[in-house]
Design a protein. Structure first.
Lengths: 305, 355
């Protein structure tokens, strides 16, 4: 019996194992092929409309502006990047960073309590309120910015409101404040939605446990709620900071000529000053800042979004 | 049991909108006792616990902890701590940070925090796991962290909300023993919410049985099992046969089919009651073979279930089925399915319950 059985066993097992491994490998290959095919349209789109233009912009940033306002694709140099160190450009860069940071911070300040409120409502109420958050997207961004122009203008509602409470007429239009109001208004939903998603995921019994363990409401926020919703805070901040930094429409419509921001400056370099290399190099620096903040986000161990 | 009272609940009612979660409840829990609140899900036991913790506020009534009215105090102002059903450990903290949290919030000096946290870790045998994240622990270990995190604060009362619900049977039984030992060691009262009657009987000094927001009976496990206050308690605690009948005299009940059986009760003559006969208190005999002087009912054996250490007989009466449980004696030949049989019991082994 043993003599007959054993050879069969010894022959069969490696064969079966080998065959199984082969099948598995083939299945994994097929799976990844299918995955690639499904992602192909997106890849094609991104390469055509993102990667290729990006390469073009980067090429232009090292090119030279000729005296007629054209760009010579020769004599490669770093002049355009050196120009970013000049006071005018540096001021614009810092001012834009400051405004973007302030916008992000104000959005966080307004958005966090709202997102928490949203996350703790009954599902029906919550969905209704989510719709309210998204309603502004139903009308054109440009139109909404012009609406603020009316509201903030000389005889606008905001000015009337100030007059009503005895602070005299105030006109905010064409000031940095107006730009801030417009930016906060425009990007608040991008702060609220990721915050909501991450707060909603937190088990409310953790907050109860914290209260049970002698933490006050504020301590519970500081020690439990905020750390656990950090992925949402970071995601929301990036989604607000990045578009604020490059914002063009809002500062153009609500801001004054005195305080040009990065977006407007880049456009003017391309269209008015006809200095494509500088416009391109600024675009690149802007993208680098955004890239760094996005990498920082993923480095922070964010799992949401 | 010490003479002082840990928790005094007087006329507590809790409403959620139209839902009456707890209905005019009175209960006192003594210092140092292991008290189980037992009932089916939705009976108000967890709401009661949460009111003691301060996570819900009573709609009406008074709630005192060691004589001090706490009904409207927030949870962080009450000298009690809770072990939550799903443990609710902070996922962004280590085991040690979780346990130290309460002391830190109370601004206990750093050296004391370290010492007490260390003691608590030792108490629940978690040495060596201090630096682990709570998410890297097994269910049993998480359970211990939750216990240590609550006990480290030296609460006057420890509240436990179905803390063993998520554990498998073996671990659950082990934790029941450990909890009991732990409770004796720390000497404070534990209020333990469970829907598992066996667990409540095993672990508690006293049990409060709840249903539909009402506290139906409070007593030692023995009192609750042997002298259930009503039909619900009799049915909920352990297995039982409830034979409907009416009271004929102080010590006789007339069953639905006219059989008269002895049953002591304080109910008035003519009142509708049920006689609770525990399956293990009944014995099965061939028709007419029941011991002399023991009350009995005749029926037909319908089903036998083999449980290894026991046999469950289902006996069909004219108007209901009776369950009889006997020890399994290998080789003994009992009646066969379809036989006419007599079910008998010792006169004092039944209890008469009202609705």
């Amino acid at each position: 019996m043993t003599l007959l059985d054993e050879p069969v066993y010894e022959e069969e097992i490696p064969e079966v194992e080998e065959a199984t491994l082969k099948f598995e490998a083939a299945a994994i290959r097929a799976e990844s092929r299918r995955g690639f095919l499904m992602a192909l349209p997106a890849y094609a789109y991104l390469v055509t409309f993102f990667a290729v233009p990006l390469v073009i912009v980067s090429v232009y940033s090292f090119a030279t502006r000729n005296r007629y306002g054209g760009t010579d694709l020769s004599g490669w140099n770093l002049d355009a990047y050196r120009k970013l160190g000049e006071p005018i450009v540096r001021d614009i860069l810092f001012r834009s960073l400051w405004i973007a940071m302030l916008t992000t911070f104000i959005c966080l300040l307004i958005g966090y309590p709202f997102a928490y409120f949203l996350a703790t409502r009954r599902p029906a109420v919550r969905n209704l309120m989510l719709v309210f958050v998204m309603i502004p997207f139903w009308s054109n961004f440009l139109v909404r910015n012009y609406a603020w122009r009316v509201l903030l203008g000389r005889n606008g509602l905001v000015s009337d409101g100030f007059e009503l409470v005895g602070l005299g007429p105030r006109e905010f239009l064409f000031t940095r404040t107006a730009v801030m109001i417009g930016l906060v208004y425009g990007f608040l939903p991008f702060m609220i939605l990721p915050l909501y998603a991450s707060i909603e995921r937190i088990d409310s019994s953790l907050l109860e446990a914290s209260r049970d363990l002698y933490a006050s409401g504020w301590q519970t926020f500081r020690r439990v709620l905020l750390p656990l919703s950090m992925p949402g805070v970071i995601a929301g901040s990036i989604l607000t900071f990045v578009p604020s930094l490059g914002a063009y429409v809002t500062p153009e419509i609500l801001g004054g000529a005195k305080s040009t921001l990065l977006g407007s400056y880049i456009v003017s370099q391309f269209l008015t000053a006809r200095n494509w290399p500088v416009g391109a190099s600024l675009s690149f620096v802007l993208m680098a800042v955004m890239l760094v903040s996005t990498v920082a986000y993923f480095r922070s161990g964010a799992r949401n979004l | 049991m010490s003479a002082s009272t840990a928790v005094t609940i007087t006329g507590i009612t809790k409403r959620f909108g139209d839902v009456l979660a707890v209905d005019n409840m009175d209960l006192t829990i003594a210092d140092g006792e292991f008290f189980a609140l037992l009932g089916p899900s939705g009976c108000g036991k967890t709401t009661t616990l949460r009111m003691i913790a301060g996570l819900e506020f009573p709609t009406m009534g008074s709630l005192k902890i060691f004589g001090e009215e706490v009904g409207t105090l927030p949870p962080n102002k009450r000298p009690v701590n809770t072990v939550f059903q799903s443990y609710s450990l902070f996922p962004h903290m280590t085991v040690e940070q979780n346990i130290a949290f309460g002391l830190k919030m109370q601004r206990v000096p750093k050296a004391d925090i370290n010492r007490r946290t260390g003691e608590a870790i030792k108490l629940v045998q978690l040495e060596g796991l201090e630096a682990r994240r709570s998410t890297q622990l097994s269910g049993g270990q998480q359970q211990r962290v939750a216990l240590a995190r609550a006990l480290v604060n030296s609460p006057k009362v420890l509240l436990l909300d179905e803390p063993l619900g998520a554990l498998d049977l073996k671990l659950r039984q082990q934790m029941q023993r450990e909890l009991k030992i732990l409770q004796r060691e720390v000497g404070i009262s534990f209020v333990f919410v469970t829907h598992d009657q066996e667990e409540a009987l095993t672990i508690a000094d006293r049990i409060g049985v709840m249903n539909e927001g009402k506290l139906l009976q409070v007593g030692t496990p023995e009192e609750i099992y042997e002298r259930p206050a009503n039909r619900f308690v009799a049915n909920f605690i352990g297995q039982t046969n409830l034979l409907d009948g009416t009271v004929e005299s102080k010590d006789t009940v007339c069953l639905a089919n006219g059989t008269r059986i002895p049953g002591q009760s304080s109910f008035g003559v003519g009142e509708r009651v049920a006689v609770s006969l525990r399956p293990e208190r009944a014995s099965l005999h061939r028709l007419g073979d029941g011991p002399d002087g023991h009350p009995s009912i005749d029926g037909r054996l319908e089903q036998v279930t083999y449980l290894g250490n026991a046999l469950i007989y289902m006996v069909a009466l004219d108007w209901m089925r009776l369950e009889v449980r006997t020890e399994n004696h290998p080789g003994a030949s009992g009646p066969a399915v379809g036989d006419e049989v007599t079910v008998s019991w010792e006169p004092g082994s039944v209890s008469v319950v009202g609705d």
